[in-house]
Design a protein around this ligand. Structure first.
Ligand code: 13P
Length: 250
């Protein structure tokens, strides 16, 4: 039985006090959503600590949006996996398309971040997805396959068991354009096949989330597909009611 996950990527939004309010709102409303849904919120680094504190005992998990490639040392501005883990974070988003696109993250960088995450018992939410040009050239399967082979295939079976994957087509992020439920299912099933070729039956236990303009009005249809195990939500995660409504879509 795969985990159902609704994760909120807050990106560079909310000030610390707003973040705590948002997190509390999610925790308050969670009782109205099926117990089977695992909620995760991923605030900016600056409010990880206060959000974790405000969510203690609520069952809402917390993740960071990134971590450093290095363990520690003279890397001004970086935040290590160990620091994040010490705060009580359970997850870390790695390889988000915005980091690949704007900050030059490559498979090489992401292999290091994955190692750092696992060394500190963080569960990575590893993001894959093609851009518009790649989709139009029908290269999306190849792009996503390479993103998985170059990083996920380096994991041990034990590490793979802790991994969450998020498929986020870049053309659907923040654009209001969502992949159709059929498009999502097609590529999620493909991702699972790729994972199965390396990890066998364990691929059936890996949660694969959809991300990209997912909102209360479309989540139900997308989540109804057999290989879609939840969502990584951007804009709609910034309002507790919308985020919770996405959880109710299961
Ligand atoms: P939106 O839901 O705002 O399109 O963002 C999706 C996303 O990038 C989540 O990581």
């Amino acid at each position: 039985m795969r985990k159902k996950i609704v994760a909120g990527n807050w990106k560079m939004n909310t000030l610390p006090a707003e973040g705590v309010e948002l997190a509390k709102g999610v925790a308050r409303g969670k009782g109205e959503v099926c117990d089977c849904v695992n909620f995760i919120v991923c605030p900016p680094f600056t409010h990880l600590s206060s959000v974790i504190e405000s969510l203690k005992g609520t069952g809402v998990a917390v993740g960071a949006q990134d971590c450093a490639t290095e363990v520690k040392g003279a890397y001004t501005g970086e935040v290590s996996a160990q620091m994040i883990a010490a705060l009580g974070c359970e997850y870390v988003i790695l390889g988000h398309s915005e980091r690949r696109q704007y900050y030059g993250e490559t498979s090489e960088t992401l292999n290091k971040k994955m190692e750092r995450a696992f060394e500190n018992n963080l569960k990575p939410i590893y993001c894959v997805g093609e851009n518009l040009e790649e989709r139009e050239a029908e290269r999306h399967f190849d792009v996503v396959k390479a993103q998985i082979e170059e990083v996920v295939f380096n994991l041990s079976e034990e590490q793979f068991a802790k991994l969450v994957i998020a498929y986020e087509p870049v053309w659907a992020i923040g654009t209001g354009k969502t992949a159709t439920a059929e498009q999502a299912e097609e590529i999620h099933a493909f991702i699972r096949e790729v994972l199965r070729s390396k990890f066998g039956a364990a691929a059936d236990d890996c949660a694969i989330l959809y991300g990209g303009s997912c909102k209360p009005s479309n989540a139900g249809e997308i989540f109804s597909k057999p290989n879609v195990d939840g969502g990584l939500i951007g804009g709609a995660a910034l309002k507790a009611d919308d985020f919770l409504a996405i959880g109710k879509a299961f």
